[in-house]
Write a protein that binds this ligand. Structure first.
Ligand SMILES: C[S@@+](CC[C@H](N)C(=O)[O-])C[C@H]1O[C@@H](n2cnc3c(N)ncnc32)[C@H](O)[C@@H]1O
Length: 272
């Protein structure tokens, strides 16, 4: 039940509109309690009593607004999340991409992990590419998110024992250093991944992407925002490139030019 003493319906509307306009993330009656809880945490951190005061602060100060958006995002992720996606990556998407790119003479595969959270997704991709790419192929991964907090964790590349469950033992040995309290991604692997702040509501100006991962992100947006974001991906991708979205997400009924692709392991989307 909504706590209207803390967040009145009018204040909920204010926050809802601000967050939606700035990030595309949609709060409704169903997830209103999540917003309430996050606002309680923010107010405590800011030593403020009333949601209106914080709202005014977020409007005045762009950096505070970024912090608000960071606080309201949902960042659940894990290494090798949805293994069939990575089976298709290894056995189909990468071999296809090599065939497509070879005649161009460009031997660098460019991947975008959009909504990368704390880095598990781009590091999973990096480990797989380090394993399977034959010489002289190279790879660059651009990993972006709206959450500054997540990006800091991702850049640091430190994960405690519970978070590396799912990383095969041989990969753990090869691509992580054992450090106090957990594991840290080795610098060599990190050097292939560039983390950037990027709000998917805006155009990243990205071009030449061969494979785009935007998994478990679209789910937070309404259909209009989803369509805009997916069309921006389309513009940033090369001909005959691949798009992954989340296992429970779909482009069905959306006005996009991507073609649906069914592989032996999973479904994904293709440009051209
Ligand atoms: C549930 S996580 C998904 C992480 C990863 N892709 C995966 O599937 O495991 C969703 C991520 O999307 C990010 N996000 C939400 N809205 C965004 C926006 N407008 N621009 C960029 N990232 C956004 C959140 O900060 C969060 O880290």
């Amino acid at each position: 039940m909504a706590d209207t003493a803390f967040l009145s319906d009018a204040d909920f509307e204010l926050y809802k509109t601000l967050i939606y306009n700035e990030s595309g993330i949609l709060f409704t009656a169903t997830n209103r309690s999540i917003l309430e809880q996050r606002l309680r945490d923010i107010l405590r951190e800011n030593k403020m009593a009333h949601v209106r005061d914080y709202y005014a602060k977020a409007l005045r100060d762009r950096e505070e607004l970024k912090r608000l958006l960071t606080m309201v995002t949902t960042n659940l992720t894990r290494f090798f999340r949805n293994q069939p996606h990575f089976d298709a990556f290894e056995k189909f998407v990468i071999p296809e991409t090599l065939n497509i790119k070879k005649p161009t003479g460009n031997y660098t595969i460019k991947i975008w992990s959009a909504g990368c959270s704390t880095g598990e997704e781009p590091y999973t991709i990096a480990m797989l590419l380090a394993e399977i790419l034959p010489s002289p192929w190279k790879y660059d991964i651009i990993a972006s998110d709206l959450s500054l907090k997540c990006l800091m964790t991702a850049k640091e590349g430190f994960y405690d024992g519970a978070r590396v469950v799912g990383v095969p033992d041989n990969y753990l040995k090869k691509y992580f250093d054992v450090v106090q309290g957990g594991y840290k991604v080795k610098n060599e692997l990190k050097s292939h991944v560039r983390f950037d702040y990027h709000n998917l509501k805006n155009d990243a100006g990205m071009r030449g992407i061969d494979i785009c991962f935007c998994r478990n992100v679209l789910i937070y947006f309404d259909q209009e925002t989803q369509t805009n974001i997916v069309n921006k991906f389309y513009d940033s991708m090369n001909e005959k490139s691949f798009l992954y979205i989340g296992h429970s997400e779909s482009l069905f009924g959306m006005n996009t030019k991507f073609a649906f692709l069914k592989t032996e392991w999973t479904t994904l989307y293709k440009k051209g």
